[in-house]
Design a protein around this ligand. Structure first.
Ligand code: SF4
Length: 484
């Protein structure tokens, strides 16, 4: 795309390009900063507001890393900011509506600071309708970029300052892998580590394959190096990220190397705790399950979205597994990883979900004994196949189903906590509890939140705690020993 210094050519997303999947090789690009951008942010402050999933959390850490590399410093509030980036989520309508409201709220700060740039990033800009709306109505937004070009942020800020024009640069494409990106991590001893990007599953209700490109795995040596550096920096826990981490390595042409292999190699780095998300039941394999069984560093908790317990609904969701196949994976996990904690995602009210379909979902929840779940009412996403599916299930029926499902899920959550009563568990201490400064909070290997009294010197350490009380959402305990 040819560029001159006065008129900027906007780049708009298209679903047509976003849908494309070819066999072309994925390009690995090393991030390099053009020296002309080095002092661009001197004396200026930035604020990043992150919405949605862990992938967005990780992307926000990269945006912060790049902004600080070009001289920006972190602001603590909007009044104090020269650049505010909303890193958005497009998974459900209500997530988007919040953003439109937030842009309205933030635009008032442009009255006192006319040079304040409000930027929109993440998955929403990957939707053509969203960019259309920004162009027509959201004049407060001066910078729009997507999930494929975070590394070009310095260039876009430079253009925005130089031309005083809006910058709209959104690529709809399969995507590359950008390595060597600077990061400002939000946590001192727990880190997000991307192992792959994008998704090729095309579940009929999901916008992600159109907003994040095709499945592409980072090279093992790049992931291992990142974790080795984190261990050296005193990190205790890494969460490996991908839209479908079980597809890790499937796109390697010459290398026969999958998630199970990666877990074995990461175990050798000396990291204390490894978690990974998000899993897809169809791709979860025995090698991964055995790695969970054999490697002490791999935590005995798996988030395994099922979405529905009805084979008919699963077929129309294009999940490509049945209730029975899903339960086979659950039973395999329970057989090999004793005491494993399994949580899930469930959508109720998928177009034309019948009473029987919903009963099948409740049956599956009872059978699988989930210890927690994210539950949602189906949200139509324009551009996805399900958006044009006939749907005559009334909204109040969907709401009633969600309430009924949540009752069952909450009971499972509580039961999942009660099994740890009087047990001594290992806890990575995160910090003071949200409710009480004098109480510490952290997570057990089974990803259970636990609160207990202890000195702040334990923050960042893995200690032993005796569980004294099991509540629905968390555990309470008493410090048992400072060491594991
Ligand atoms: S696997 Fe997950 S991210 Fe991928 S299309 Fe399905 S729901 Fe979306």
């Amino acid at each position: 795309m040819k560029k001159d210094d006065t008129k900027l050519d906007h780049l708009f997303p298209t679903f047509k390009d976003a849908r494309k999947r070819t066999k072309s090789e994925v390009e690995n690009i090393e991030f390099e900063l053009d020296p002309k951008y080095l002092n661009l942010g001197n004396g200026k402050k930035y604020l990043i507001q992150t919405y949605g999933c862990q992938a967005n959390e990780a992307d926000s850490e990269v945006m912060a890393g790049i902004l600080e590399r070009i001289g920006f410093t972190k602001a603590s509030n909007p009044e104090d900011s020269d650049l505010i980036i909303l890193n958005t989520c497009a998974i459900r309508e209500n997530a988007e509506n919040r953003i439109w409201g937030e842009i309205g709220r933030l635009s008032h700060y442009q009255k006192t600071n006319p040079n304040l740039i409000i930027g929109l990033a993440g998955c929403m800009p990957q939707e053509p309708d969203v960019v259309e709306r920004i162009l027509k109505k959201q004049h407060a937004v001066g910078l729009v970029f997507g999930t494929h070009n975070i590394h070009k942020l310095p260039e876009y800020i430079y253009d925005a300052y130089l031309s005083k024009e809006r910058v709209i640069q959104v690529y709809s494409k399969e995507g590359e892998i950008i390595e060597n990106l600077p990061k400002i991590r939000n946590h001192q001893f727990k880190a997000w580590v991307n192992i792959m990007y994008g998704c090729d599953e095309f579940c009929t209700y999901c916008i992600v394959p159109y907003t994040r490109g095709k499945e592409r795995s980072r090279l093992p040596e790049d992931v291992i190096l990142e974790v080795e550096e984190l261990v050296k920096a005193g990190y205790q826990e890494v969460t490996l990220l991908g839209q479908n981490v079980n597809a890790y390595g499937k796109d390697f042409k010459e290398l026969d190397y999958t998630l199970g292999d990666l877990l074995n190699d990461l175990d050798k780095t000396g990291i204390s705790r490894i978690r990974f998300t998000t899993s897809h039941p169809r791709d979860l394999d025995l090698k991964t399950i055995l790695a969970m069984k054999e490697l002490k560093s791999v935590m005995p908790h798996l988030h395994l979205p099922v979405q529905s317990g009805s084979d008919e609904v699963l077929r129309r969701m294009n999940r490509r597994y049945t209730k029975e196949m899903y339960m086979e994976k659950v039973n395999l996990l329970k057989e090999h990883v004793k005491g494993i904690s399994i949580t899930t995602d469930i959508i109720v009210g998928f177009p034309n979900e019948s009473d029987q379909d919903f009963e099948d979902t409740l049956d599956l929840v009872r059978e699988a004994k989930f210890e927690g779940a994210y539950t949602f009412i189906y949200s139509k996403r324009k551009g996805t196949p399900a958006a044009i599916f006939e749907d005559d299930t009334p909204a109040d029926v969907k709401k009633k189903r969600l309430l009924k499902l949540n009752e069952l899920i909450n009971a499972g959550f509580k039961e999942g906590n009660q099994r740890f009563l009087d047990e001594v568990v290992e806890v990575l201490v995160d910090g003071p509890s949200e409710k009480d400064e004098a109480v510490l909070a952290g997570y057990t290997p089974h990803n259970k939140l636990i609160n207990f009294k202890g000195s702040k010197s334990l923050i960042g350490k893995i200690v032993k705690v005796k569980v004294t009380k099991a509540l629905t959402w968390s555990l309470q305990g008493k410090l048992y020993s400072n060491e594991i």
